[in-house]
Design a protein around this ligand. Structure first.
Ligand SMILES: Cc1cc2nc3c(=O)[nH]c(=O)nc-3n(C[C@H](O)[C@H](O)[C@H](O)COP(=O)(O)O)c2cc1C
Length: 333
């Protein structure tokens, strides 16, 4: 049997992936080494532009990263014409406190970044910058209202961030969120939240998402820029070890309880914070929130060892195909 995905509704940049999956942008953690490994493994790799942070007076590190990623993937494609790398994505935090946004847009436009992921506010000028260099914009949203706004402002596709996602997660069930968006939107749609195995990726596709948007499992890879303790904590934790709180950045997010305990707090009795404390001027609202209080989604019960990113993609690919074949058999004959 020939397996073929219907990709007729997707723009060119998002077609033909080995696996319908995006390695999501992770603050501090996503660095060129991880992005390159994800793309070579056949999924879209990504990083937040704010991760590329140069010292005062030095040339923009973002420029150096884009050069490295572009050249390395070009080289791979020349050497492996039958097995080309997937395109990469850059995440722009479109929050008013991100003082670097204009400069970063200019750099990304010049380097013709193929996929742009925007979060924390949809802005027309960001979409225009992406489109001016042939890029595709995916905007992340936590509900249907924000989804409509993002498309009205010119985003090409959506990332539905459901309950259980790592970082700034939503609160809605993925089933409700994806189906409400699919009632009116037929363009590119990714599902974010607790996808850590092929079975869950298949479920996302069955619901109507085009891609699984996978973050936390990549923290436990050799290529991730995370402390060994953090990687091990991901391996050793499950859904019950995650706490949902607004305390650390002003926006609700999911974090590893054990890291909260290590920082001297009680994860079961955290006060809440208000969103006005959010500040991305220097890259993060509170650097400590991500350096000491470690973010993670609920899906990490599926993560049992620290591996290379390519091995993680291989595992999810194997599971996805096996689960798909098993389910398809129910419908044959
Ligand atoms: C440690 C951490 C950092 C994150 N940083 C960002 C970020 O800088 N920008 C962004 O758009 N999303 C960020 N996210 C959210 C992810 O891109 C994605 O929505 C989420 O990880 C998917 O859920 P999962 O972790 O359960 O796979 C972060 C998530 C985590 C766990």
């Amino acid at each position: 049997m020939v397996w073929k995905r219907d990709e007729s509704h997707l723009p060119e940049q998002l077609r033909g992936l080995r696996l319908p999956m995006i390695g999501s942008p992770l603050f501090i953690i996503s660095v060129p080494e991880l992005v390159i490994a994800q793309c070579k493994a056949g999924i879209i790799g990504s990083f937040p532009a704010l991760n590329a942070r140069e010292a005062e007076g030095e040339p923009p590190l973002l420029e150096a990263w884009l050069k490295q990623i572009t050249e390395e993937l070009d080289r791979h494609n020349q050497e492996n014409p039958d097995n080309p790398a997937a395109p990469f994505a850059v995440n722009q935090i479109v929050h008013r406190s991100n003082a670097r946004l204009e400069r970063d847009l200019e750099i990304c436009t010049r380097w013709k970044v193929p996929v742009w992921i925007t979060s924390l506010g949809a802005r027309v000028e960001v979409n225009e910058a992406a489109h001016s260099c042939g890029g595709v914009v995916l905007h992340d949203v936590i509900n249907n209202t924000f989804a409509r706004k993002a498309i009205e402002k010119g985003a090409d596709g959506l990332i539905a961030v459901a309950a259980g996602a790592g970082g700034h997660a939503g609160q809605q069930s993925p089933m409700a969120l994806i189906r409400e968006i699919r009632q009116w939107f037929s363009g590119p749609l990714a599902l974010s939240g607790a996808i850590a195995c092929g079975e869950s990726l298949l479920a996302a596709r069955a619901m109507g998402a085009d891609f699984g948007y996978v973050g936390s499992p990549f923290i436990a890879t050799h290529e991730a820029n995370a402390q060994e303790d953090y990687k091990r904590m991901i391996v050793e934790s499950g859904a019950e070890d995650i706490v949902y709180s607004s305390l650390f950045t002003g926006v609700h997010g999911n974090y590893l309880k054990k890291s909260v305990v290590r920082a001297g707090m009680d994860p079961d009795n955290l006060p809440s914070a208000d969103a006005s404390t959010m500040n991305f001027g220097d890259g993060s609202s509170k650097p400590k929130a991500w350096k000491e209080i470690w973010g993670s989604g609920q899906g990490i019960g599926e993560v049992t060892e620290i591996v290379h990113a390519a091995d993680l993609v291989d595992r999810i690919d194997r599971e996805y195909r096996a689960a798909g074949a098993k389910l398809a058999a129910e419908f044959i004959g």
